[in-house]
Ligand binder design. Structure first.
Ligand code: NAD
Length: 356
């Protein structure tokens, strides 16, 4: 099979690409514009494989996207390209509207043109898989409820509102134009190659540098955490086997308070690092409470029973095993994160002081 992965140079996209190249015989074309979050070194393990190819293409550029579809002739499109960082969406929502809404619209139109020209056999195989977030469902504050596939949308941030819009567009293109789509909504991912503006890599790297570990508000916000390789496996399963028009929630069954996440990382690092920076005895001494994010959702939690029942998917990592693997990956892959921190991967230095 031939699979286009948009956003394949990003955190989850690169895990999906590694999964497909390493675990299947499929061909992959990564379509990515390489924003600050796109990093080709995240694909170093697969980039020499003859089944892998890359194009620097912006999903808002319809002509360029159509050209790539025509040349590559995909059976499956896995759409992960997005602006993904909530704090950035609060500071500057325009790019989120452009990429997440206009970009998804552009891709849907390119996919529709392409699909309509396919033979019946090829049409029967074609799928457009839209990858989205549980943040579209809003906030579960003060309840013990879980998000199901039927939970009404109530996004809080410009990021989640832009992802909710894109989900609606994808469903409409299925219902109105008959485009064979599947949608997944997943909880917070963590693991290797995670850009260090997000909570887990930011905490690890700030700790190693002896810097403050910022925690929003009182740190009581709850997220469900999924190891990125478990997500990649689920995505490929959905893309290749789910019924058209279906939606699946994907989660790790690992609800943790943000403060617990930071404490867990500190205790792993305490065991791994004997000579700690700044004469501290424990990395937890670096924890520092900062002003809360505006509109910050208090709790997200996923009911992933439908994907387990229909497609027999389950996460392989618990939070405890996944977070140890993640910390160890950052300890062993300084070259990767050093080039991100000093900006040499894009030629531009980044001020990395936010999270999640
Ligand atoms: P990321 O920010 O790490 O990567 C996004 C990728 O998209 C980058 O490689 C970037 O260069 C590319 N991109 C951005 N704008 C583009 C454009 N206009 N044209 C082409 N490429 C463009 O994001 P991620 O964390 O890997 O998330 C991937 C997808 O999964 C997103 O759609 C996100 O909403 C969704 N998601 C993420 C999480 C999470 O915890 N990270 C959870 C659930 C869903």
């Amino acid at each position: 099979m031939k699979v286009i992965v948009t956003g394949g140079a990003g955190f989850i996209g690169s895990a999906v690409v590694r999964h497909i190249i390493e675990q299947t015989d499929d061909y992959v074309l990564v379509l990515d514009s390489l924003t600050y979050a796109g990093n080709l070194t995240s694909l170093k393990d697969v980039c020499d494989n003859p089944r892998f190819s890359f194009t620097r293409t912006d999903i808002t550029d319809k002509q360029a996207v159509v050209e790539q579809f025509t040349k590559f002739q995909p059976d499956i499109v896995m759409h992960l390209a997005a602006e993904s960082h909530v704090d950035r969406s609060i500071d500057g929502p325009a790019e989120f509207i452009q990429t997440n809404i206009i970009g998804t619209f552009t891709l849907l139109e390119a996919a529709r043109d392409f699909y309509n020209k396919l033979s019946d056999d090829k049409q029967a195989q074609f799928r457009f898989h839209h990858i989205s977030t549980d943040e579209v469902y809003g906030d579960l504050e003060g309840t013990t409820d879980l998000f199901t596939e039927e939970t009404p949308y109530a996004p809080s941030s410009p990021y989640s509102a832009s992802k909710a819009s894109s989900d609606h567009l994808v469903r409409a293109w299925h219902r109105t134009y008959g485009l064979p789509v599947v949608i997944t909504n997943c909880s917070n991912n963590y693991g290797p190659y995670h850009f260090p503006e997000k909570l887990i890599p930011l905490t690890i790297l700030n700790a190693l540098a002896g810097k403050a570990l910022p925690i929003y508000g009182n740190g009581q916000q709850i997220r469900d955490w999924l190891y990125v390789e478990d997500h990649a496996r689920a995505l490929y399963l959905v893309a290749t086997t789910a019924q058209f028009g279906e939606t699946y929630n994907i989660g790790g069954n690992n609800e943790r308070k943000n403060i617990e996440v930071v404490e867990t990382i500190c205790s792993i690092l305490d065991k791994r690092i004997i000579n700690k920076p700044n004469d501290i005895k424990s990395f937890s001494e670096l924890m520092s409470f900062v002003k809360d994010r505006p509109g910050h959702d208090a709790r997200y939690a996923i009911d992933a029973s439908k994907i387990t029942k229909d497609l027999n998917w389950q996460p392989q990592e618990t939070f405890e095993t996944g977070i140890e693997k993640t910390v160890d990956w950052y300890l062993a892959n300084k070259d990767w994160w050093q080039s991100v921190l000093d900006g040499s991967y894009t030629g531009e230095s980044l001020g990395l002081d936010s999270q999640n």
